[in-house]
Ligand binder design. Structure first.
Ligand code: NDP
Length: 310
């Protein structure tokens, strides 16, 4: 049993920033790093919109910088996944990899979000054999090939543009007759000769022998001019949004219908005193590293106040 003042769950911008603030407040925090060191940001190629890096920065470099900054003030890092929590008791219990048990006065949940899939059977069949939810992680395998990206938001446009730099051709499969992405991202996609946008298309299934070789699509489903179409592709990239990683906390923390942790107004306080939520696990709107970092700072300040009040 390890008895600590403050545990932070998650190693993205929210978790590391919370750790910097908590360690500078002398809370001697323990940060559980989770399954994806550095968080979702490490699945992008370059960060251009985080203040302080005028020339942009590689996400791994930025996350490593944040980690070192937290370490400098005494954060202790534990690699592993939290498998169970008990927030009904005080101090709160956090169990790592089913074996290592921590008791902590305050807990900061900064577990982020994960990519969504369409839910097709063939998507599961070809996972890792042509199906991916991260163009920057896997795009390299599709150099000079043909791929499809699903989605019409900023992520989909960003991924399609990135893949167009590597691939022969990129289809962007959009279920509505328009893109939801920001104007600048839309223009980037629509003006890229390598990208063909398939508006009003839905994916029915993926096909191929042992790996993705094609996709069956339906155009204008349910309309009089509905039509089945097939495209030959080597890779299929999902970019249809994210699901917050909060299932572990469902018995204790109030969440919205999508699973995002509900917090008290613009504070990081959850319904359990002493448990705070920061970053994308509680943010269905902004999903930006800088916003996550800011909420991590708020969570640590609130955790410090809470601990002092005990
Ligand atoms: P969004 O929720 O914005 O977009 C999801 C897209 O996927 C929508 O076009 C949606 O279609 C489509 N979609 C959802 N479910 C399905 C489905 N089952 N079948 C087909 N299509 C589906 O998610 P993003 O990840 O793109 O963006 C999330 C947030 O992060 C946004 O606020 C975005 O602005 C931000 N972001 C900012 C970036 C930047 O500034 N550089 C980069 C990436 C993201 P429909 O429109 O029909 O609902």
């Amino acid at each position: 049993m390890n008895r600590v003042k403050c545990i932070i769950i998650g190693s993205g911008p929210a978790g590391y920033t919370a750790a910097i603030y908590a360690s500078r407040a002398n809370l001697q925090p323990v940060l559980i790093e989770g399954p994806q060191l550095g968080g979702q940001l490490t699945t992008t190629t370059e960060v251009e919109n985080f203040p302080g890096y005028p020339d942009g920065v590689e996400p791994f470099t930025m996350m490593e910088d944040m980690r070192r900054q937290a370490e400098r003030f005494g954060t202790q890092f534990v690699s592993g996944i939290v498998t169970k929590v008990d927030f009904s008791v005080s101090p709160k219990k956090v169990i790592v990899e089913d074996t290592e048990e921590y008791e902590s006065d305050a807990v900061i949940v900064a577990t982020g979000a994960s990519a969504k899939y369409l839910g097709l059977e063939s998507e599961r069949t070809y996972r890792g054999r042509g199906v991916s939810a991260c163009a920057t992680c896997d795009g390299f395998f599709y150099r000079k090939k043909t791929v499809a990206v699903v989605g019409g938001g900023d992520t989909a446009c960003e991924e399609a543009s990135y893949l167009a730099g590597l691939c022969e051709k990129v289809y962007l499969i959009v279920r509505k007759p328009y893109l939801r992405a920001s104007e600048i991202m839309q223009q980037r996609v629509l003006n890229n000769p390598k990208i063909e946008v398939l508006f009003e298309h839905n994916t029915l299934q993926l096909t191929g022998e042992g790996k993705v070789q094609g996709a069956d699509l339906i155009y204008r489903k349910g309309e009089p001019d509905e039509e089945m179409r097939h495209i030959a592709i080597d890779g299929f990239f999902l970019a249809i949004g994210h699901h917050p990683n909060t299932d572990l906390f469902k018995d204790y923390l109030n969440r919205d219908a999508e699973g995002y942790i509900l917090v008290d107004g613009d504070s990081p306080r959850t319904n359990v005193p002493g448990v705070f939520a920061a970053g994308d696990c509680a943010d269905p709107h902004y999903r930006q590293a800088i916003v996550a970092a800011g909420s991590g700072a708020k969570a640590a300040i609130e955790a410090d106040k809470y601990i002092k009040s005990l």
